[in-house]
Design a protein around this ligand. Structure first.
Ligand SMILES: O=C(O)CCC(=O)C(=O)O
Length: 330
């Protein structure tokens, strides 16, 4: 297995000027750094209306081709390192207490790799979680001012990054991740203000491969972020009505970014039917006062500069809402 250099207790983390870790859920830890500049509002009216109605929106220009190439390159390098360390073998089961294998710099992985009848090994899927410390590209793309503006706009105030991962998957006979979301947890945090819905958790999926109808584009129960109906009832409906106008399957070009109301919006991984491998980067953002200091799903935060650390570590929540009227240029 790759070397375990999990740096949860890395000395530089202890030395850094950070507010105390106050424990679970929402806490009021005052901000120690001034708010950086970022565009606000950051979405066009059409993108914002799409999120409002369907619970998701797609952007095509958030990351540059150079940034995508860098993310892809580091993801493939890490994947190769894991495959090399495994050798000609199925992936071992991770320890039950952690459910993941430790990897480099605060990251961890799990996956499914099986032996086929001809003796070759087939990688169903590989999930590498907590990738922030694996390469500077991750910090660089997360701290883009436009992303700060978008997250603030859709969460309705200050936010922090909560998880970051890359995932490979291929056509598989194993189960994929079924319908989830639709959670009522912290629903009081999903407020409507100035006529706009604001989610309590924001998901971001960057598609690093083209995703056509056969390539496992994320499945979405459009509009379900607004339904206060039991999860089982919603799941039964959407499973029994695959032709429903509420069932959307994302089709995207490499570089498209799906922003969705992770949590309230029901969504799932759609099984791949083509021979193409899918690679995504997945990131989750939450209100800045949620689980302050709980950065384990991000990975190593040592490279985050002090003036931006609160976007990872957390701080008191300050609401900020897109105005009811936006300038015609947005
Ligand atoms: O694979 C996808 O498209 C969705 C992944 C997802 O929803 C999740 O990991 O929570």
């Amino acid at each position: 297995m790759p070397e375990n250099t999990n740096s949860k207790q890395h000395p530089s983390k202890k030395a850094r000027k950070l507010p105390p870790h106050p424990g679970l859920s929402f806490k009021d830890v005052p901000s120690m750094y001034p708010e950086p500049d970022y565009p606000f509002p950051a979405l066009s009216l059409e993108q914002r209306m799409h999120f409002e109605l369907y619970g998701y929106t797609i952007l095509d220009d958030l990351f540059t081709p150079q940034e995508m190439a860098a993310i892809e390159s580091v993801s493939k390098k890490e994947k190769q390192g894991i495959l090399d360390a495994t050798g000609d073998a199925c992936f071992p089961k991770p320890p039950p207490e952690t459910k993941y294998h430790a990897h480099r710099n605060g990251s961890k992985w799990r996956g499914v790799r099986n032996e086929m009848e001809n003796g070759d090994f087939y990688l169903d899927r590989l999930e590498i979680e907590g990738t922030l410390g694996l390469d500077p590209i991750f910090l660089s793309i997360l701290t883009k001012p436009r992303l700060f503006g978008i997250a603030t706009e859709l969460l309705g105030g200050t936010f922090r990054f909560d998880m970051l991962a890359v995932r490979f998957n291929q056509r598989s006979t194993n189960n994929v991740l079924g319908w989830h979301g639709g959670v009522s947890r912290h629903r009081d945090r999903a407020v409507c203000m100035n006529g706009w819905f604001h989610t309590q958790i924001l998901g971001l999926i960057l598609f690093l491969t083209d995703v056509g109808p056969e390539d496992g584009g994320t499945g979405i129960f459009a509009g379900s972020h607004k339904f206060d109906i039991p999860f089982d009832e919603l799941r039964t409906y959407i499973e029994n009505n695959p032709q429903s106008p509420f069932f959307h399957q994302v089709e995207a070009k490499r570089g498209s970014v799906l922003l969705f109301a992770d949590g309230p919006l029901m969504h799932r991984t759609i099984p791949i039917r083509s021979d193409r491998e899918r690679l995504i980067m997945l990131c989750r953002m939450v209100h800045s006062d949620y689980l302050i200091g709980d950065t384990d799903w991000l990975g190593c935060i040592d490279s985050v500069p002090n003036e931006l650390i609160e976007f990872f570590h957390g701080r008191a929540f300050k609401p900020r809402y897109r105005p009811r009227e936006t300038s015609p240029s947005i």
